[in-house]
Design a binder for this molecule. Sequence first.
Ligand code: PRP
Ligand code: ZN
Ligand code: MG
Length: 225
Amino acid sequence: MTTSNRLRIAIQKSGRLSKDSQQLLKSCGIKFNVNEQRLIAHADNMPIDLLRVRDDDIPGLVMDGVVDLGIIGENVLEEEQLERELIGKRAEVIKLRPLDFGACRLSLAVPTEFAYQDAASLEGLRIATSYPNLLRRFMQNKGISYQDCMLKGSVEVAPRAGLADGICDLVSTGATLEANGLYETEVIFRSMACLVQAPGELSPSKQALVDKIMSRVNGVVQARE
Ligand code: PRP
Ligand code: ZN
Ligand code: MG
C-alpha cells in the first residue's frame, strides 16, 4: 500500500448519509465530481481524495488509519467499537465533531399483533438485527436473554418471513416499519452523523488541511443552525 500525501476522506457511497456528506464537503469549498462507478473521487482544488464505500466499512477504515477522516453515523461507529473490544482489536478514533444530519434511532420493533409490554416481553425470543453488539449491550443491561438472527439487510422482513419474532433496526421516518407491519417499542440508541479522524498524528501538511476543513465545517454547520 502506498501512503498518499493526499488527505483521504471516507463517505458513504449510497444511502442516507451520501447526499448530505457530499453537500457538506462541497459547502466547505472542496471541488469534486462523483462518478457513480468509481470508488475514488479526486478533489480538483485541494490534495483530497474521497473514498466512496459502504457506511459499515467506514469506522474500521478510520480506526485502522487506512483513511484520515470519515463521515459516519454514531450507530455504526459504536457498533464497530463494541465489536472490536470483543476481539481485542484497536478501536480508537478521534471524534472531531457531531454533524447536523443523519438523525436516526436504533429501535426494537415487533409485529403489530405482538402484545408488547416491556423489553422482557422478548425473553427467549429471536431478534433479527445488523447491530448485534448494541442489541446485546441493551439486553444484558436489562438482564434479558434472547436469540440472535444476524442479517446485514432486509431485517424488517424477518418477522413476516418467520425468521424472527422481532427486530432491532434503524428507524428514521418509521415508513419502513409501517410498510412491514411492525411497530417501534423501545429506542436503544440515538444517532447522528459525525466527523471522525484516524488515531495518531497526521503529517504537518495534512494536519493543516484538516484544520482548514474543520474551521469551514464549523462555519457551514453554524450557519445552518
Ligand atoms: C435503515 C433501516 C431501514 C431504513 C429505515 O437503513 O435499515 O431500512 O433505514 O428508514 P425509515 O424509518 O425512514 O423508513 P439505512 O439505509 O439507514 O442503512 P443500511 O443501508 O446500512 O441498512
Ligand atoms: Zn449499512
Ligand atoms: Mg437498510
